[in-house]
Design a protein around this ligand. Sequence first.
Ligand SMILES: [Zn+2]
Length: 487
Amino acid sequence: MAKQQSYDVVSDFIDFLNASPTAFHAVDEAKKRLKSAGFQQLSERELWDLQPGHKYFFTRNHSTVVAFAVGKKYVAGNGFYIIGAHTDSPCLKLKPVSKVVKGGILEVGVQIYGGGLWHTWFDRDLTVAGRVIVREENAGSVSYSHHLVRIEEPIMRIPTLAIHLDKTVSSDGFKFNNETHLIPILATSLKGELNKLSSENGPVENGNQTDGNKAIDKTGTTNTKHHLLLLQLLASKLGCEPDDIYDFELQACDTQPSTVGGAAREFIFSGRLDNLCMSFCSLKALIDATSSESSLEEETGVRMVALFDHEEVGSASAQGAGSPVMLNAVTRVTNTFGTNPNLLEKAAQRSYLVSADMAHALHPNYMEKHEVNHQPKLHGGLVIKNNANQRYATNAVTSFYFREIATKHNLPVQDFVVRNDMSCGSTIGPILASGVGIRTVDVGAPQLSMHSIREICAVDDVKYSYEHFKAFYQEFSHLDGKMVVDI
Ligand SMILES: [Zn+2]
């Protein structure tokens, strides 16, 4: 029974992963799930009309999503019980001018996004996905619309250099230049010519890119900057002409689907586990903790999930955790239900935030990289992250509440602190804690190969995380006040 439930959550997670090659797609998938669970979409561009016992969400830039359910006993000034995670992962994003032709090969120029293990992107079957701005013309009037796009087929690859041409690779390790070697190939010029494409692409030799201004196309922007072959593939997906693609934000993606693996079928092999795993578990927990008629009957607070873009690059954007997006949501909800100017500060001090981002499991081949008393294990449950220098926002009080939920539900938790001779990562926890002033605990499920194109986590940890988060939403309003620190 327990095992069956574990696989139900896991197979749902695999579906979520496979639907989410980019942050835009992850938000789109979240949106679909929220809508079908009865969450009503709000616009940040309008005033909100909210009711106790109802559920809402909004997106910002289509790469950040905030969803919340208002308790039936909620009054303005009460707390928000929030789980925050992030939708983005390290990847290769197409350059504004991506057309490169070298040695008779059409290549696609990319820039690195975040701190990826870029060597893992070599020799993978890649494609592209992201968002496109499409020009539409109707009865002489021109408009522009925003579409998500994804090519399923493996259309690109970054080939490694054969060992015969670089004998030092065995002795010195695999070294490469992010600018000159990390460029996916799309096609040969030869096949492009056979398709009558190369003349329009205008081959450029010796690595020079076109200046983007030589040819005038219908939109005057995109077509001279990117290979027509790529634009044709995108256009056929979008049902438009290549000339109608005004601009885009695309990234290279692995085409290999996420899967359960391992001899005991206990692992999940996938890209983007950091941090779609915590995004999925928190989103599903909120949906399931607010699904029945009675679930919000006794709730005095607001249950919220906030999935942010741009964590991998420091969160400083209009929709990242460094922006006021979450505070805006808390402020708006509070102000909708009350007019006293101090309600927001009261609400902030009654709120609690779980910052959920993946953690490093103990690697059997690099045991020395973990502090001896803090070695999170796969299937060991959520990891509570601690750092005296506030790279994580956890303290004894905030972790107390999180552990209490685990104890009550017989869920395992683990502790992590980095070795003193190593630098510590960070996440959205300290950014939100210092920006909004909410009590915060930093947690995450353990994983291996973080920031590789193909990562590993364990199926039981997905189940534990989901159950832990669901119990948090269901019970925090009763639990709060169990420990009084500030009166
Ligand atoms: Zn992360």
